[in-house]
Design a protein around this ligand. Structure first.
Ligand SMILES: NC(=O)c1ccc[n+]([C@@H]2O[C@H](COP(=O)([O-])OP(=O)(O)OC[C@H]3O[C@@H](n4cnc5c(N)ncnc54)[C@H](O)[C@@H]3O)[C@@H](O)[C@H]2O)c1
Length: 395
């Protein structure tokens, strides 16, 4: 059975004894007894959302040939609430048997990496990749390698661990431009969400010479047809990825939040919420291609409508998988603290996958999602429950 139609292995619901809110863990698949997937926090998060995300993680690990399964954590709580840290701490404490031994988690919507690492440190587990690190041949050395990689400085005053996912998204956009022989300097991009993923993507697209004409955060859309000053806008963000409107130049148009969907730009990058593109708004999408930086950004019906309009969707489990793939390359010692090695590996893998996905689309309109699922299924034969687990070898 392939990852996209299999039932998850487990679904756990947690009730916070203090706030009464709910948190969810879904383990879609285990490979060598381990599954990987971030933890998100947003008011309104549901079990079915977390289930979709865990399935997506299983697709990512298979597509990028990572030796682990897919999982996801989600908490139905406002990350800006002052009680959020306590909720996250209790959630992780409750799931301790999983995070101790089987579930490698990381940042996601509403939960930055430093926050989840702080929670793990409070639980005496040092780092959110604990379940993998503790299995390695030399856990101390692996922890040092992981921390050096996550904290490696990159241009823009940021850290490699914070930008690598967005770098991968930017490479997916650049891969599309290359496949369709676009001049990057003439290509335009609109991005919904300017936090970890959207912000990283914007930085590297700007660096590659593409014009980022619109970005949206939770408060609205900012638009400049000639291109936004991306570094200045990124500098004006708060810890939640919202841009201080007092620092927005006067010639930038301030539009309603969902205006970003219909901005005339070649590429549309949803990099915020899940189910951003639905049957109700698919007709508004003005891009020639959608690159899913956000997980489960496009509903099935919306994708069918986009396909009918000749707009391919590069699916989340390829476009945004850079963060997960890179974390495992780091854990496995295949990349280290030099950002150049990580960028080269991710650039090469992302651009070749995007070229493959678009080749099927160009030939006979096979959607990139279908080609991606085929790639994932070829890479991974789902182990049966009777099969002895293969040990995960982390140097
Ligand atoms: N962080 C990662 O490593 C990672 C990796 C893979 C995929 N993702 C996915 O990328 C998406 C964004 O995650 P992130 O970590 O960048 O989140 P984040 O919390 O860092 O940033 C979210 C951004 O979206 C904006 N936003 C929120 N609601 C919005 C709305 N309705 N309209 C427009 N903008 C809105 C916020 O203001 C912020 O700019 C999520 O779907 C997440 O699952 C994240």
């Amino acid at each position: 059975m392939t990852a996209q139609n299999a039932e998850p292995l487990i679904r756990l619901t947690w009730t916070d004894p203090v706030t009464g809110t709910h948190g969810y863990l879904v383990v879609h698949s285990l490979v060598s007894g381990v599954a990987t997937g971030g933890t998100r926090m947003r008011a309104g998060c549901t079990m079915s959302e977390v289930e979709d995300l865990a399935r997506g993680m299983a697709n990512k690990t298979a597509t990028f040939n990572l030796p682990v399964g897919g999982a996801k954590g989600g908490i139905d709580f406002d990350p800006k609430d002052p009680r959020a840290f306590g909720v996250l701490e209790r959630f992780c404490g409750f799931l301790r048997p999983w995070i101790d031994a089987h579930w490698v988690t990381a940042e996601d919507l509403g939960v930055p990496q430093h926050l989840i690492d702080d929670v793990f440190a409070k639980l005496g587990l040092q780092q959110s990749y604990h379940a993998a690190i503790s299995r390695s041949a030399d856990p101390e050395r692996t922890l040092r390698r992981v921390q050096a990689g996550l904290n490696a400085p990159v241009p823009g005053g940021l850290l490699l661990g914070d930008v690598v996912g967005g770098y991968g998204v930017a490479q997916a956009c650049i891969g599309v431009a290359a496949a369709w022989s676009w001049d990057p300097a003439a290509a335009t991009v609109a991005i919904q969400g300017i936090g970890t993923m959207g912000g990283g993507a914007a930085w590297y697209l700007h660096e590659a010479g593409m014009r980022v004409v619109a970005v949206a955060d939770a408060a609205g859309t900012l638009y400049h047809p000639q291109g936004l000053d991306v570094p200045a806008l990124l500098d004006a963000r708060d810890a939640y990825g919202e841009i201080d409107r007092g620092k927005v130049p006067a010639d930038v148009q301030v539009l309603p939040r969902d205006a970003v969907l219909s901005i005339p730009a070649d590429i549309f990058v949803p990099a915020a919420i899940s189910y951003a593109i639905t049957a109700a708004n698919a007709a508004d999408i003005a891009g020639k291609v959608v690159i899913e930086a956000a997980n489960s950004a496009t509903t099935e019906v919306a994708e069918a409508a986009l396909t009918a309009r000749g707009i391919p969707v590069i699916p989340d489990f390829v476009a945004n998988a850079g963060a997960a793939a890179w974390a495992w390359w780091l854990l496995l010692g295949e990349v280290g603290a030099d950002p150049a090695d990580s960028f080269l590996r991710l650039r090469t893998e992302m651009q070749s996958k995007v070229a493959l996905l678009l080749a099927g689309w160009t030939t006979d309109r096979t959607t990139p999602r279908v080609t991606g699922h085929h790639l994932a299924a070829t890479n991974r034969v789902t182990p049966t429950l009777t099969e002895a687990p293969v040990p995960l070898l982390i140097p």
